[in-house]
Design a protein. Structure first.
Length: 496
């Protein structure tokens, strides 16, 4: 407690001194908050990347003071701008004396604009020799001395603005995120897709098995659901003749939080008429492999302590093959529901209480509980049971299965795709089955969407569809072990 009180006193004293400095500036008519702009023309990265051609050139740089060194008539500072850091060299006899004296009173964290020239110090440090320094914004709170490491993660997520200031690798994560989304858009646009937007608020929650957030619309006096997927409205567009559509957007699911899950996350869903789930596999592989090669320059990435090879040509296993390989049960040789459930139980696999005791549910439970943990390298798992795939076209070869895949990397499901169900009669029956599950207490089961069924009755072409979790893809590309490291403002429980 004593150390905490001392730290609080130190913080209070530093804040008081900074406010006094601001008041003095304002009394002199030099209020930094009255300055409206500073037209910088160069970044730290440009100076370092093109130093030979820029040496001796006059430049204007702007950013935050991150350190100050030196005494008397010569000072060194680190200036942090959008690209990184560059050293400032300030010498009293090379500047207006009043400007230098004011600069000496600036604090770490203050934002300044600097006019000077590019040069290299005697120690070889690429720097800007300052001729004029203008205070653009006063930092009234000192930057924390220790704002990194596992012990401070909670504070880092709550105060992402400070995290970005003091931890350069954090900013890199979000630059990679931006580049990944840019690559994804360009990849799909080049394939002839159209980017669209669909409602976030819906009167029916559908398109996935998940618990929704519920809100209330005052004017209409109705409860509405924040979307748990964009699938059903996007498929309506396929019916309408927009043959290739995608949407990148926020999804909301009122579920648990862990290193792989946040209540709001970003996904891309895409639908293409006249193709099937095999076409979606090619796109999934192309997006992840292509993004890694373009952004990181390699197909080899490290994630969660594993070396991952994203080279195109990922293995493809049916769920039956995967369960046979990793669990030792050949569901292809079992046809009876009771025998399938018994075989699963012999391996210690139990079905969910709300799940019907069927062959398909037993197969999926074995996969879910015993196979995913083995899927380290990129792997497509195909042919899912119809019970867990209410929007997917049945396999012509085995009506118990559907033409669906999920792909996994490092034990994480990264995306989900189907040959979309386009039979409105079959779709109604599956919706009704989902409605029965809701009545039995499964609040993640699908709701029956009559308007979607009406759209399907007009006729939907054979279609391939896919959803990919963007946050997890960025986790992979940045070697992040929690989704909170790739979401700028993750959901947090209030401190009070």
């Amino acid at each position: 407690m004593g150390n905490e009180r001392t730290n609080d006193q130190d913080l209070g004293e530093q804040t008081r001194v900074r406010r006094e400095k601001l008041a003095a500036l304002q009394a002199e008519g030099r209020d930094p908050f009255q300055i409206t702009r500073f037209d910088w023309d160069t970044t730290s990265a440009q100076i370092k990347e093109h130093f030979d051609e820029m040496e001796g050139r006059a430049v204007k740089v702007a950013g935050r003071l991150m350190s100050k060194r030196g005494m008397g008539k010569v000072s060194f500072c680190d200036l942090q701008d959008r690209d990184g850091r560059i050293q400032l060299y300030a010498r009293q006899d090379e500047m207006d004396e009043a400007v230098y004296k004011r600069f000496k009173k600036y604090d770490i964290g203050d934002i300044v604009g600097v006019e000077g020239e590019v040069f290299r110090t005697q120690r070889g440090e690429m720097s800007v020799r300052a001729k004029d320094i203008t205070l653009l914004s006063k930092s009234l709170l000192p930057l924390p001395e220790k704002f990194h490491g596992l012990q401070d993660r909670e504070l880092r997520y709550r105060q992402r603005y400070v995290d970005l200031m003091v931890n350069p690798e954090v900013k890199r994560n979000f630059i990679v995120r931006s580049k990944f989304i840019q690559f994804l858009r360009r990849y799909l646009d080049d394939l002839g897709y159209i980017e669209v937007e669909t409602p976030v608020l819906n009167t029916i929650s559908g398109g996935a098995s998940a618990r929704p957030f519920i809100t209330h619309h005052n004017t209409l006096d109705i409860d509405m659901y924040m979307r748990i997927a964009t699938e059903l409205p996007l498929k309506r567009l396929i019916v309408g003749g927009m043959d290739r559509v995608y949407e990148i957007g926020r999804i909301f699911r009122n579920e648990g939080m862990d290193p792989k899950h946040n209540p709001e996350f970003t996904s891309v869903e895409l639908y293409q008429a006249y193709t099937d789930f095999h076409g979606m596999m090619d796109i999934a592989e192309g997006v992840l492999s292509g993004a890694a090669k373009e952004i990181l320059g390699t197909y080899q990435v490290e994630w969660q302590g594993q070396q991952i090879d994203l080279t195109p040509g990922w293995p493809r296993l049916t769920m039956i093959e995967a369960v046979k390989q990793y669990v030792g049960i050949d569901f292809g040789a079992i046809s009876d529901d009771a025998a399938a459930v018994a075989a699963a139980r012999e391996k210690g696999v139990e079905l969910a209480e709300t799940a019907e005791k069927t062959w398909g549910n037993a197969l999926y439970a074995c996969f879910d509980q015993r196979v995913e943990e083995h899927l380290i390298q990129p792997t497509f798992i195909t042919m899912y049971p119809v019970e867990v795939s209410p929007l997917t076209k049945r396999s012509p070869a085995d009506p118990r299965l559907t033409e669906r895949f999920e792909f996994f990397i490092c034990r994480s499901e990264m995306g989900n795709a189907y040959s979309e169900l386009n039979d409105p009669i079959d779709q109604r029956q599956r919706f009704e089955k989902q409605a029965e599950l809701r009545e039995r207490g499964d609040d993640e089961a699908e709701m029956l969407d009559e308007d979607f069924l009406t759209a399907m009755e007009y006729g939907m072409p054979p279609t391939g569809g896919m959803g990919i979790g963007i946050d997890r893809c960025v986790m992979l590309l940045t070697n992040s072990d929690t989704i909170r490291d790739v979401i700028l403002f993750p959901t947090m429980k209030p401190l009070d």
